[in-house]
Design a protein around this ligand. Sequence first.
Ligand code: DLL
Length: 440
Amino acid sequence: MGRLSIDNCEMLAKDFTDQTILRELQLCKLKEIVRHAYDNVALFRSRMDELNLKPCDIKELSDLAKLPFMKKVDLRDTYPFGLFAVPQRDIVRLHASSGTTGKPIVVAYTKEDIDVWNEVMFRALAGAGLGKEDIIQVSYGYGLFTGGLGAHYGAEKLGATVVPASGGNTRRQVMLIRDFGVTAMMCTPSYFLHLIEEAARQGIDLKELPIKAGIFGAEPWTAGMRERIEQGAGIEAFDIYGLSEIIGPGVAMECHEHEGLHIYEDHFYPEIIDPDTGEVLPDGETGELVLTTLSKYAMPMIRYRTRDITRIISEPCKCGRTIRRIDRISSRSDDMFIIRGVNVFPSQIESAILAIEGTTPNYIIRLYTENGMDNIQVDTELSPEMMSNDAEQMEKMRKRISSSIESITGLRVKLRLVDPNTITRSEGKAKRVFDERTAK
Ligand code: DLL
């Protein structure tokens, strides 16, 4: 088959049963986007020039590995508009992500970029079995954060009835779920847990309401957390992944099989690299996810290092989709902390806590220095039914949780069982790790 043009590529974009067509499509889009970035983004051009590379050197998909990486710091260094690749008059929307320090990173969309975003969100929601009959409450924050508006327009494209609740005002959120007969929720998993608790406080059992699905993402969450959510609300929980730099929510999403997230690889080309060497790893191996936007023109991202740790699953999914999947993002490499020489991810602590019955996913991790030694303290709440005045029973529970943590992480932690509702609930992304060490 000869090379496909962008136009007829788009017509074929949804039929990927033939993998060669998908690869042709990706290559054709890759060439185009690399050319566009080279011609319009000074930073990208100078980096390619340094490597003596020209857009015409991209002949095969594997040539992508020759191109330089982009990182979050590039967005910071060029704040606010330095990576934009189209004139301002072609930009119809800006979003920004606050990040942890300093200036936010700014991302931009053309009208066509927004169409792509709506399309992938539409696919994601349709993949969860949602459609026109559904009432979808979007409780991701609306505003500069991509969660709210990204979810909103995808749900509208689906033809569903959208309730743009945004985050916060938790009492009212529960009222809306009940009174409007909401059938699906979109918010962070930690916020949904908060909603389950709030509903219980109001004497409402979500299991008895029409709500049947939740589209949860924007933060790492474990299988244990999914179980608590599904049992607590009687819903099917789907994992949705995305990041502002690439588009927002809708880069990848689970189907009913829940065996990894289908990555919409006609728009986002995935690679997994060894985070230390930058070497591309074969499908199946775990490493850092690197994404290239194949369809985004306002701000193309070529080989963007996400810092998210996962692997690519290339075996066909039982659902019949042939696009590849990524495994649940269990952690960001940035979230890993090293304590007494041991590498620990917060998600390991969450899994260890939730492996014990009667625990809750409400926990915080405090890292501190005492007598020159690094220490780790975990505060966690038990479910209210598990709380007891029997000190011996509570001590048993405390020991069970700490040995679960020790067996998963190899670390002995100072574990405190705190009273129900004392750990601050999040309305968006949960903050769970507080690093108070003097030397980090
Ligand atoms: O969180 C976009 C989003 C909104 C995704 C709503 C899903 C739902 P950022 O604020 O730029 O964008 O944060 C992106 O959040 O690099 C991951 O580390 C993390 N993240 C996002 N989704 C997941 C997920 C949005 N499903 C960063 N599982 C990413 C684990 C996730 N981590």
